[in-house]
Every structure is written in structure tokens, then in C-alpha cells.
Design a protein around this ligand. Structure first.
Ligand code: AMP
Length: 403
């Protein structure tokens, strides 16, 4: 039996709500959210009948089998995730190729090098201390493909991505497979969490900005007393509000730009990611309406592109992204719905992969969210890994200590 604890959660993003849904099964949970809506960077944003998002791409990196899907099932969330088929294709010389088919584009020597790299990665026989860019740089196409993948999945260039992260990502990919699309988009996941928290007699207080977190004999969120505080705001913001200083290193955020496009014709035939290694800026795009038509008005498709932010000249980055889109759609009908840039206090990740902060600060204070992802966790998968670690610690380790 787990002793009932009073748990306060700061922030109702995916991490805070997932932690709340899982913890409210055996504890008293109160979630504090600054904004009038729930979900942070993982919810829908309706615009002209299209379900755009506040951040994420209506995609779950390891689909119906990954860490997030497992955590959702554990919480009792009723969310349908449709696995993409295929996971993705790569646009090279205006033709789409599956990952395996890319090898056929290489000359004899490069093909041998590329096969050796792929085998080394599969076996995990790689120097952990180099970057993914350094690992790939001998094969030009591999580096371009690597950049498209890390740009789309992590909002980093291959050179910014530590090989140690790629090794874990590759393991997760072999275990769980590629992405999937949640029916109803990000908001369907968020709605289920808030339903579960309320069903378990938890409370969610909206439009409440937390100003102080204290961890001493007891834990406090402002004047509310708790046994444990879980913070879903960034590690840096958490430390600013907290009476203790716990950050030994500063996480490096990852930044990116998402462009949402309306099109009647559509541009992608499948439900996976179209990676664009030859674009100037765009790393990839998806067309989620191939799986869930409800994400756009009848007769329309919703396409989302993502690009990592390479320079601080946002206007130039957006213009180059728009030029890529013009080349990709060449002659097809399309309309730009929305351009969103993710940086500063609304980044792609508060900690880019490899710079994440440990979830457990002490027995009273825990971090969740994209500043405290598990190793090799792509976006929301990393958030789920962190949440599962926190829940396990609170229910098992902490519970045993207090007995
Ligand atoms: P995300 O950005 O998706 O990880 O979600 C974090 C959530 O925390 C967002 O919904 C923010 O509005 C919320 N948030 C940020 N700072 C505070 C604060 N001081 N008090 C309450 N909620 C906050």
C-alpha cells in the first residue's frame, strides 16, 4: 500500500498533467496553471476550423508502443494512437525514398561506408563522446539525412546532437518503432488527463501563477502546504521560484519554427514524416489529416513543417522556410495558415537532448517536462520517461522511506 501524500504540481503542460493523472490514483493532487487553458505546448489551437497546436506536431515519436503510450495506458487514458505507415520517407532529387532505399543512391565506396555506420549504430558500437554530425560526416547524404532527422525530431543539427542520445534513440526505435498520430490531436491527450485527475478527486486550478516553491521540512507552493512538489515549469524557472539552488549546469534550450499549411490536394501520400534533407531550412513535414480528418475542415488537409532555428535572424529563417515550402509545393494549391517560432520562454525544448536536468532534485522536489527528459527520449517520449521515473520514486522509494 502506498501512503497518501499531498502533491502539488506547478504547470499543466503534458508533463504536469501526466504526472497528475498517474499520481492522483493514490494521492491528493492539486495542479496550478498560470494560463486559462491546459496543455502548455501540447494542445490544439483552433484556427479557421483547423486544429493547429500550441507547440507539438500532433505526433507521438514512438506511436502506440512508446513510453508515452505506455504511461497513458497506466493512467487509464482513453486515447487512440494510430501508428504511421511507413514511419517516414526522404525526399531526395524530388523523389521519395524509404530509409533502406537511400543506400541505393550511393556509389560503391560511400555505400560501404554508410552500411558500416548503420551497422555500428544498430550494434551500439559507437564512440559516445562524439556528435552525430561527426559520426556521419564521411558520407554527405548520410549527414544531410541525419540533419533532417535531428532537426525534425530534436530541433538540433546533427553536430549539436550528442551520439550518446542517438544511441538511445536508435534502441528505442528498434524496441518501439516509429511515430503515431493521436486521434483528436494533442488536445485529446490533455483532455483525458484532466478528466482522470478530476475523477480521482484531484484539483486543477487555472489562471493561478505560482510565485514561490519551498522545500524544507515540508514543501510549499506559495502558502499551500504539500508533502511533495512536482514542477512542470522549466528547471531554470523552477530554481528562480525556489528557496534552494540546485542547478549545477544550465540546460541549453532547442529552438525551432513550425509552419502550418492548408491544402486541398495534399502533399504527402502516407501518414508518416516526409523528411526533406535537401531543403535549405525545412527538416520535415507531416499531413496528419491522412489519419484524422477532423483536424481540418471538410475537404482540406493540414500540413505542418518543422525546422530547427539555425540563426537568431528569425525573419530570415522564416523566409527561407517559406521558400522551401514554395519549392516543395511547386504548382500545388496551398495557403499558409500560421507561422510559429519557438524560443525564449516558449521553446521547442527547455533542455535540448543531452542537456536535460535530473528529475529528482530531492525527496520533496521533482522536475518533469522537456527540461527533464529521459536519455534518448524524443520530445514527449522523453517527457513520459521523466514522469514515469518521478512517479516510481514517489510511490516506491519515498513511500518506503516514510514508513
Ligand atoms: P509546457 O510549457 O508545455 O511544458 O507546460 C508548462 C505549463 O506551465 C504551461 O501551461 C505554463 O503556462 C505553465 N506555467 C509556467 N509558469 C507557471 C507558474 N509560475 N505557475 C503556474 N503555471 C505556470
Amino acid at each position: 500500500m502506498v501512503d497518501i501524500m499531498r502533491i502539488g504540481i506547478v504547470g499543466a503542460g503534458l508533463g504536469g498533467l501526466l504526472a497528475g493523472a498517474l499520481l492522483s490514483k493514490s494521492h491528493e493532487v492539486v495542479v496550478f496553471e498560470k494560463l486559462p487553458f491546459l496543455g502548455g505546448r501540447f494542445t490544439n489551437l483552433e484556427y479557421e476550423g483547423f486544429q493547429l497546436t500550441t507547440g507539438a506536431l500532433h505526433m507521438i515519436p514512438h506511436g502506440n508502443d512508446g513510453y508515452l503510450a505506455q504511461a497513458l495506458r497506466k493512467a487509464g487514458a482513453n486515447v487512440k494512437i494510430v501508428n504511421s505507415e511507413p514511419d517516414g520517407t526522404f525526399l531526395v532529387n524530388e523523389k521519395e525514398y524509404l530509409y533502406k532505399e537511400l543506400f541505393s543512391l550511393l556509389g560503391f565506396k560511400e555505400k560501404a561506408k554508410a552500411i558500416a555506420l548503420a551497422t555500428k549504430l544498430k550494434l551500439g558500437k559507437v564512440d559516445e563522446n562524439i556528435s552525430f554530425g561527426e559520426f556521419l560526416e564521411d558520407v554527405d547524404l548520410a549527414l544531410k539525412v541525419g540533419n533532417a532527422f535531428t532537426g525534425w525530431a530534436l530541433s538540433l543539427t546533427a553536430y549539436e546532437t550528442p551520439m550518446s542520445e542517438i544511441i538511445e534513440i536508435a534502441k528505442n526505435y528498434h524496441k518501439f518503432g516509429g511515430p503515431g498520430i493521436p486521434i483528436g490531436g494533442c488536445k485529446a491527450v490533455i483532455d483525458e488527463h484532466s478528466r482522470i485527475i478530476k475523477n480521482n478527486n484531484g484539483r486543477i486550478i487555472k489562471e493561478y501563477e505560482v510565485k514561490r516553491i519551498e522545500t524544507d521540512e515540508k514543501a510549499y507552493i506559495d502558502d499551500y502546504e504539500f508533502d511533495v512538489v512536482v514542477s512542470n515549469i522549466s528547471p531554470v524557472e523552477t530554481q528562480k521560484l525556489c528557496n534552494i539552488k540546485f542547478l549545477k549546469s544550465k540546460p541549453k534550450p532547442s529552438k525551432g519554427i513550425k509552419i502550418s499549411i492548408a491544402t486541398k490536394e495534399g502533399i504527402i501520400k502516407h501518414s508518416g514524416v516526409l523528411f526533406t534533407p535537401e531543403c535549405e531550412r525545412i527538416n520535415g513535414l507531416n499531413q496528419v489529416t491522412n489519419v484524422d480528418k477532423s483536424l481540418a475542415p471538410e475537404g482540406w488537409h493540414l500540413v505542418m513543417t518543422h525546422q530547427t532555428q539555425l540563426t537568431n535572424n528569425i525573419k530570415k529563417e522564416i523566409d527561407l522556410g517559406l521558400e522551401d515550402i514554395e519549392n516543395l509545393f511547386k504548382g500545388k494549391d496551398y495557403r499558409i495558415l500560421h507561422i510559429q517560432s519557438y524560443r525564449d520562454d516558449w521553446p521547442v525544448n527547455h533542455a535540448s537532448n543531452g542537456t536535460d536536468i535530473d528529475n529528482i532534485v530531492n525527496d520533496k522536489l521533482y522536475l518533469v517536462g522537456d527540461g527533464a527528459k529521459g536519455r534518448g527520449g524524443i520530445e514527449v517520449e522523453g517527457i513520459a520517461m521523466g514522469v514515469l521515473k518521478v512517479v516510481e520514486h514517489i510511490n516506491n522509494v519515498l513511500n518506503a522511506k516514510t514508513k
